[in-house]
Design a protein around this ligand. Sequence first.
Ligand code: ADP
Length: 319
Amino acid sequence: MKRIGVLTSGGDAPGMNAAIRAVVRTAIYHGFEVMGVERGYHGLLDNMMFPMNSRSVSEILQRGGTILKTARCEAFNSEEGIQRAVEVIKSRGIDSMVIIGGDGSFRGARDLDDAGIPTIAIPGTIDNDLGYTDLTIGFDTAITTVMESVSKLRDTSSSHERMFVVEVMGRNCGDIALFAGIISGAEEVIVPEMPFSVKEVAERVNIGVDGGKSHYIILVAEGAVDPYAFTEELEELTKINTRLAVIGHLQRGGSPTATDRLLATRMGARAVEELRIGNSGVAIGLKGNVLTTKSIDEALAVRDRLSMELYRLAEILAR
Ligand code: ADP
């Protein structure tokens, strides 16, 4: 009998629950047991886990967040931390692990695998900052939330002829700002990957206003610039009433979209299939509409690049 441990780690993302459900039910389908580890690597070091069955994952497909809780855990990120985790895993009769999280969590997953625990990594982060996969679980829900928020801001922006600077998440990755900017019709998208000057943004705004634009939405990725200073400078240069809206953690919550549920479900099931055929140390990804596997190290080594096609499209459509 195989016993699989599953945990969620790092920033939570909508769809993590759908992935947990798929891991648990696929494992049970194949006659394996599942242990749910609570609070990420933290719970692993503290031996916080419980056996899961099909009913443990009822009614969670549509829920945001993660029923297993998540955490950041400094103590795990050391030689002693990994050794302690391996001891706990072995003492509970677990023979393989599925880790759902972002790049930091992937490094932990790689370390566990290197330490002799067969481990599979599933990309769960709203940031979409892992270059080896087209999509990460939670990204689609996050950009949908931004899209809905921007559409509300646009109403007030047009009515008051006000400009809105909207700060979105993404850490060092501009994908949330870029994708959400395109689907929201933002006038400007500011991302960490591309240079920009407030002066030039202000010039384009002034040209737009002269050309009859009555609203302005500027999406700013959190890693690109201090949004408070940016907003102040832009108002100064354009003389247009400008407000800053920080969407913040609203982007991390909510019921996952159809895309995220499907992605998470497919990836969760695939992770168990990989363990079943004796594969380990791999990350599940999506390329086109096909699930892929790559060693976690190779997956981490792929540089995450901003799509120049989409960046150009955002520029063209904003005029
Ligand atoms: P995310 O997984 O969302 O990127 P973090 O970067 O905070 O979030 O990583 C989550 C956890 O993964 C950390 O708290 C730590 O326990 C573990 N981790 C991060 N980096 C490493 C690393 N280089 N080696 C081992 N474990 C790591």
